[in-house]
Design a protein around this ligand. Structure first.
Ligand code: AMP
Ligand code: MG
Length: 698
């Protein structure tokens, strides 16, 4: 059967069999969530089925009117095991069964007849069942309370898809842990009415080809491992709708086509069963950046540096997938999810020194305490209670034994085989670490977006974390453009220059913790550049180009990005710097840096460095700056923020004698940049200036 796998909108629906849940959002109500282009909206709460149905009708009507193809995915069995529909309605068609239920189910906000109806259905079948479980106080004829004596009704308990989906339940089970039977009876009438309302605009997958404006499909909200932590909603049902709406919506058409391609059967199928791998991958891959993420109001004025930075911070988002790796491999990686302490650190009060434990405090003056036999060592706790007034030998890291709370340092004690002598005073709990004094079980330890340091690994290990969810490393392509460029170490004429930017930017990228991808050089030739960018977009998460980024005849990076609809030429009030060319090439963000190496490096540090951090899933990097006295004089005009190559000598910032931005050697001379404010400034030796060390960008 041929399906059209392109959906503009996905709406995920979590059903429920229960009564009205009241106005306050709770679990076991109905939740829906809309996603478009891989971005989920906030889940919507519906206190009862009647309201949910009205909302669905409105939403589907809006999508239809807007010309958006919509997939409505319900966590609801669309059919029963083979033979049931035929036995009940006289037709094998499961859609006839929907209408059969619609005619018989009574659903009021406070009560419904699902158990009674199930009993009436059972009465038509031999043996016991097929429905079982009665959730009501009163007995219902023909509806067994438990599964005992169940059988001989002539139907399979499960559908093929239920058996293929891990953990799926029988639609005949009306209650108990994980049961879905009740919500199926209560949900099918709504589906029947949606079909009646939207007629030929609606297709029911997989019974009908998914080639109409609206497709209804059954899914199962436990198909994916519950990586729900990433969904910002504390009610699981709500989080699930967001997760599945987002995941289905993020699937490229070819992958959605694979999900839709299932064998024909009157039992239907569960969307995603058999394609869990691609659904899981979609779940973990963030949606692409929006086409307008670089759009900047274009005016006569130059954009201040802070405005440009705020724009990058607000409009960019992580583009890398999430993966779980062992803690020991996680240095330098970026946490994709916050980590909470799995247990307290220390887990039990323990000794901070080698010495003797007893019950404190001790008043001032000399004391002699009898020694209790045995000892407490790290990993070998003392098994017993130390009697009042006695002391026990204890070693650093040992659990504080019962009956004691205070430790005296062994160097402060004279001891023989039976007693210790010491001087007070000693405060209660001296030299003892409290349980959980460092971290308490459940405490938030590190937030998502954190780039893990060596120390972080120790912190996470100490509170029991063996595996962490991190972002895949950002792959950053670096491309130089210009007909005049040659590779260093090869012959070049006087009209040619060596490509200085590529080695520098590749090293920058590696130093920032990303994976550099060398894209080589591109000539000033639009077709060749187009081919290179297209290839690069398939293997890079972001691309830095240098050269060709202004608006001139040979500025082919700008010219090509301008054809994508995502292009923006940022005229930033910064010196050195030419316009920055920003855009998406096949969804991959491209930062077109100036060709001039000094400008390329300054723009890379000031703009690309934080932007790439966000794309990589890290926090916006905090600026590392110091205020130091100037060792130079300069009168600066208002309008543009300036960055001077600088280094610190005797505590003061001196700047490279030439501001000429072609002087690459000045970058090597410098250890950082002096940042002069947007406004006018009159700097004389001793004036405080802002110094940004290059090491602060690593
Ligand atoms: P463009 O931005 O392409 O107009 O280039 C501005 C200046 O930077 C020109 O003088 C270029 O020759 C120079 N330039 C461009 N790319 C590089 C590079 N990769 N290495 C050194 N200089 C470059
Ligand atoms: Mg050029």
């Amino acid at each position: 059967m041929t399906h059209d796998p392109r959906f503009d909108t996905v709406i995920a629906v979590d059903c429920s069999s229960g009564n009205d849940r009241g106005p306050r959002p709770t679990a076991d109500a109905i939740w829906t969530c809309i996603a478009r282009a891989g971005q989920a909206q906030t889940p919507v709460y519906h206190r009862n089925r009647a309201l949910a149905e009205a909302y669905l009708i409105d939403t589907l009507a809006d999508e239809l009117a807007a010309g958006r193809r919509t997939l409505a995915a319900f966590d609801l069995c669309f059919a029963y095991p083979s033979g049931f529909a035929q036995a009940l309605t006289g037709h094998a068609d499961p859609l006839a069964l929907w209408d059969w239920f619609a005619a018989r189910v009574q659903d009021a906000p406070k009560s419904n007849n699902r158990f009674a109806l199930a009993g009436q259905i059972n009465a038509r079948f031999p043996g016991t069942g097929p429905f079982w479980f009665n959730g009501l106080k009163s007995d219902i004829p023909d509806l067994p309370r438990t599964k005992a004596d169940y059988g001989d009704h002539g139907l399979p308990e499960f559908r093929g898809a239920d058996m293929a989906a891990k953990g799926a339940q029988s639609p005949f089970k009306l209650g108990g842990v994980g049961a879905v039977g009740g919500q199926v009876i209560m949900g099918l009438p709504t589906l029947s009415r949606l079909r009646a309302r939207f007629g030929a605009d609606i297709a029911v997958w997989p019974f009908q080809p998914a080639d109409r404006a609206i497709t209804l499909a059954e899914t199962y909200f436990s198909l994916l491992p519950a990586a729900l932590a990433a969904e910002a909603h504390d009610i699981k049902d709500a989080a699930q709708t967001a997760l599945y709406a987002r995941s289905f919506s993020a699937l490229p058409p070819a992958q959605m086509a694979r999900c839709l391609d299932v064998p024909a059967s009157d039992e239907g199928w569960v969307l995603g069963v058999g394609s869990e791998d691609i659904l899981a991958a979609a779940q973990l891959t963030p949606p692409p950046l929006r086409n307008d993420c670089f759009a900047m109001p274009q005016g006569a004025h130059w954009t201040p540096v802070e405005t440009a930075l705020a724009h990058l911070r607000d409009r960019l988002s992580p583009v890398t997938a999430t993966q779980t790796i062992p803690l020991v491999k996680a240095a330098g990686r970026i946490l994709a999810a916050a980590v909470a302490a799995t247990r307290s650190h220390p887990p039990h009060a323990n000794a901070a020194v080698d010495g003797y434990a007893f019950a404190g405090p001790l008043p001032a003056g000399p004391h002699t305490l009898p020694l209790h036999p045995g000892r407490a060592a790290a990993g070998v706790p003392f098994d017993g209670t130390v009697p009042p007034g006695h002391a026990l030998r204890i070693l650093t890291g040992a659990n504080i034994p019962d009956g004691t709370d205070t430790v005296v340092l062994q160097e402060d004690v004279s001891a023989n085989a039976t007693h210790i002598a010491l001087h007070g005073p000693l405060k209660q709990r001296a030299n003892a670490r409290r349980a959980g004094e460092d971290m308490m079980a459940g405490d938030a330890v590190l937030p998502a977006g954190r780039r893990l340091t060596a120390a972080d690994l120790a912190t996470l290990a100490a509170c029991g974390t063996g595996q962490v969810s991190v972002r895949a490393t950002l792959r950053v392509g670096v491309l130089s453009t210009g007909d005049e460029l040659r590779d260093p170490g090869t012959p070049a004429t006087d009209g040619q220059i060596y490509d200085a930017n590529r080695a520098m930017l590749l090293a920058d990228v590696a130093g920032w913790g990303h994976t550099p991808v060398d894209l080589g050089r591109a000539p000033d030739d639009r077709d060749k550049l187009r081919t290179i960018l297209t290839g690069a977009a398939t293997r890079c998460d972001a691309i830095l180009t240098s050269g060709g980024a202004s608006a001139g005849d040979e500025d082919h990076v700008s010219a090509l990005l301008a054809t994508t609809g995502s292009f923006a030429l940022w005229r930033i009030a910064v010196k050195p710097g030419r316009p920055l060319a920003m855009g998406l090439w096949d969804d991959t963000p491209v930062f077109g840096l100036p060709g001039n190496p000094v400008a390329a490096q300054v723009c890379a540090l000031i703009f690309a460095h934080p932007a790439l951090a966000v794309l990589a899933g890290a926090d916006w990097p905090a600026r590392q700056s110091f205020t130091v006295p100037a060792a130079f004089a300069k009168s600066k005009k208002p309008g543009r923020r300036e960055y001077l190559r600088a280094r610190i000598t005797d505590g003061a910032a001196e700047v490279f004698p030439s501001e000429g931005s072609g002087r690459v050697s000045g970058l090597s001379w410098a250890t950082g940049l002096v940042e002069l404010p947007d406004d006018a400034a009159d700097i004389t030796p001793g004036t405080p200036v802002t110094y940004l060390p290059f090491t602060g960008f690593a």
